[in-house]
Design a protein. Structure first.
Lengths: 253, 306
């Protein structure tokens, strides 16, 4: 369904002493996401998870490498074209708008203003009520509410590939399991290829395949059991190389 | 009678397809075009002969008054003084607005000075739209003034908008609030090309538990310029908030100066102000829903000015 081939994403290395030096956030990553499967992408902070997701959506342009959707090269398509080709993206920190309501966003996402059609989508998502529709998507929404809006607009696209960047940020403990079930249901009933960037074990356990990203590369691809040892390892401090011991006052661990 | 240009202007400023139902006063090119009163609403020409006095009887509920102004005569600068006396415990809507149609190289303009006396416990919604249409190159100027006096427990909601075609606008809003009264002003202004718009607002929270909320939304396209000044002057235990946001597109400029003056220890005053381009995250979100860049910009502006 979705194939990434040798993709690299580099940015200027501001810490480097030499001028014009680059550092790679994503370093020659190749992978094929199969149609209708559920993938979880995890890894330490700063490992490149969100960057990889944004490269797929076209939010960042790849420095080199290629991206194919159902065999078509989409490497040079913009966000709009990729959205129209069937990729949808749920932002970790969704945008807030003054004057734009949930109804406005949902209508754009679904391509219809029909009340019944919108109500059906809200029912299908199931985690927010109908009276939510006329709420402005502005700073008055809580962190959890805006994530539900984000999730609903992603599902309303009926995407072939749905990417969710940390969908559980700000979501209460009691909503996480229903959210996992919702994404599984979408995967199963609509055949949505689902990619979830998350640290949450509930999403990792729900995935068919777990991708562990470390230093801009895929360190592991497989099931959760197989990843246990690596995940345990990651739970230890990642600053071993420069550690000055527990007497270092700048160590917070 | 209304001609085609008049109809276009009436539609644009007052959402009217023709002569309105209920009380109205239509002024065209400085002259009275039509007037209708109702059992509870009287409209009379003022003593100086340069405007009208609209009186709403105490206890009048759910009635409306339309008072649009049309300026289509080349070179005309119309100045009008209107007074509104909203009787105790009434609840009414007043729809005003000025439409300029400029068909020549001569400048045209309108200055409407509207004074509101909102009596005890009365509620009024005031909707004012300003537009300028026409192919003429003449400068179209609109300089409205509103002065609002709210008696005890009175409530006023004012929607002021100017969404296109006006070359120069210099607006002044003043308000004085008595105990328990509330005022909500929402101003929306869009300018383009070399247009300029200034909005000056002075709100005095004089009475205990008075509340005022001033919201300003500006969209500044092309090389246009908009300036916004607002002062909340609190003289009692009260609540005041100013929220002013400006979106800059093209090479426009904006000066926004919210000012809060607390002259009472229990005054609560807040403001939030922002000036900037449309946020990238908003554009990316809408593009990820399938809109093009231009469509996304339009939707964001539409929502912002809605």
């Amino acid at each position: 369904m979705l194939k990434i081939k040798d993709i690299v994403f580099s940015v200027p290395d501001l810490d480097a002493s030499e001028k014009g030096a680059q550092k790679s956030i994503i370093n020659r990553v190749s992978y094929t996401f199969e149609a209708g499967k559920f993938y979880a992408i995890t890894g330490p902070n700063g490992s490149g998870k969100t960057t990889l997701a944004k490269l797929i959506m076209g939010i960042y342009p790849v420095t080199s490498g290629s991206i194919f959707l159902k065999g078509t090269d989409i490497t040079h398509l913009g966000i709009t074209e990729r959205a129209r080709a069937g990729i949808a993206y749920s932002f970790q920190h969704p945008a807030r708008f003054k004057g734009t309501t949930f109804r406005d966003l949902l209508s754009i996402a679904a391509g219809t203003e029909d009340e019944d059609a919108l109500a059906k989508i809200v029912a299908r998502v199931g985690i927010c009520s109908l009276d939510f529709l006329d709420k402005p998507v502005d700073s008055r929404l809580s962190g959890g509410e805006i994530k539900k809006v984000e999730l609903a607009t992603t599902i309303a696209r009926n995407p072939k590939v749905a990417i969710y960047d940390e969908p559980d940020t700000g979501i209460d403990l009691w909503t996480i399991d229903p959210m996992v079930r919702l994404l599984k249901r979408e995967q199963e009933t609509h055949g949505t290829t689902t990619i979830v960037v998350s640290h949450n074990r509930a999403f990792l356990a729900a995935a068919d395949t777990l991708l562990l990203i470390r230093s801009g590369r895929i360190a592991y691809a497989g099931d959760l059991d197989g990843a246990s040892a690596l995940l345990e390892d990651l739970s230890a401090c990642g600053y071993g190389d420069i550690c000055e011991g527990e007497n270092n006052v700048r160590c917070y661990r | 009678m209304l001609d085609a240009i008049d109809r276009d202007l009436l539609k644009a400023v007052a959402d009217l397809e023709g002569i309105p139902k209920g009380a109205y006063n239509i002024r065209k090119n400085g002259q009275l075009l039509g007037r209708e009163v109702s059992a509870n609403i009287t409209i009379e020409t003022n003593e100086a002969g340069n405007g009208i006095v609209v009186r709403i009887k105490p206890g009048t509920l759910n009635e409306s008054v339309h008072i649009p102004v049309i300026v289509s005569q080349a070179g005309l600068h119309d100045v009008v003084y209107n007074t509104f006396i909203i009787g105790e415990a009434s609840d009414v809507t007043i729809v005003a607005g000025c439409g300029i149609h400029c068909g020549s190289a001569k400048s045209q303009g309108h200055e409407g000075i509207h004074e509101f006396k909102i009596e005890k416990g009365a509620r009024v919604k005031y909707v004012e739209k300003h537009v300028a249409l026409g192919e003429g190159k003449g400068k179209r100027a609109l300089n409205p003034t509103t002065k609002v006096f709210l008696a005890q427990d009175a409530y006023a909601e004012m929607e002021l908008s100017q969404l296109g075609g006006v070359d120069a606008a210099d607006r002044t809003n003043t308000a004085e609030l008595s105990a328990g009264s509330s005022l909500l002003i929402t101003e929306r202004v869009m300018t383009d090309g070399a247009q300029t718009a200034i909005s000056r607002n002075e709100i005095i929270l004089a009475g205990e538990n008075s509340k005022a909320n001033m919201i300003s939304r500006s969209v500044i396209r092309g090389n246009s310029k908009q300036d916004f000044y607002a002062t909340m002057d609190a003289r009692a235990k009260c609540f005041g908030h100013i929220e002013c946001d400006a979106i800059l597109m093209g090479n426009g400029s904006n000066e926004t100066v919210p000012s809060l003056k607390a002259r009472h220890p229990d005054a609560e005053l807040t403001h939030e102000a922002s000036i900037g381009k449309i946020a990238d995250e908003q554009l990316m979100k809408l593009m990820s829903l399938g809109l093009t860049y231009d469509e996304a910009v339009n939707r964001i502006i539409q929502g912002f000015l809605k």
